[in-house]
Design a protein around this ligand. Sequence first.
Ligand code: NAP
Length: 209
Amino acid sequence: MKLALFGAEGKVGAVLLPLLARAGHEVKAIEIGDEPDVRGLDACVDFTTPEAAPANVRAALEQGVSCVVGTTGWDPQPLHELAAANGLRLFVAPNFSIGAVLMMRFAREAAAFFPRAEIIELHNEAKKDAPSGTARATAELIGGDTVIHSVRLPGLVAHQEVIFGGEGQLLTIRHDTTARESFAEGVLLALQKLDTLPPGLTVGLDTLL
Ligand code: NAP
């Protein structure tokens, strides 16, 4: 596919760019300050910031280009109509790592059997949003008043623990992203399945597995 990658010099973008190329995609790198000219491309991928992503996605949709978005901490719902009206796809996933998606799925299953759960999410200190999109999505799946604790420290990549407490027992479900390569597999899957999605907004890698 002919792609644009918004945030190509970021921590995720820099890892993603060569992996997208290796998978056979032709990639135009777009950094902050570049004109978001994506007309004629097959899709855009965005790993930028919560401030930049809405404008990037809007620009892409207005130019007739579908989007795969990993940026967290913003609400894509207002762009659903624009995508749907133009027959385009807007795919957003708070986590593109398949292990993390399974962690969320297992947490949803466990929630039926435990009265309480708390989430600890741990990320690199540069991450701008807290709690993480993955933690918020997990809390929604579990339901109730699930408390989220956010840790931001150097040395971390992306980690999450969901601790379920019951009478005389604890269940901990944990996922560790140790390298950003783990996100590439999910992004490639989303690009491969993009055309099979209904026009408009689709949220979550789970919908593609
Ligand atoms: P990062 O290192 O801060 O990278 C963001 C990049 O986007 C930077 O290079 C930044 O440039 C650039 N940028 C800012 N505004 C832009 C614009 N208008 N157009 C194009 N590029 C722009 O962050 P990261 O760790 O790569 O993460 C990026 C986003 O993805 C965050 O929201 C993070 O939470 C999310 N994320 C999602 C997943 C997932 O699986 N869904 C996984 C990891 C991260 P400057 O540095 O010059 O400002």
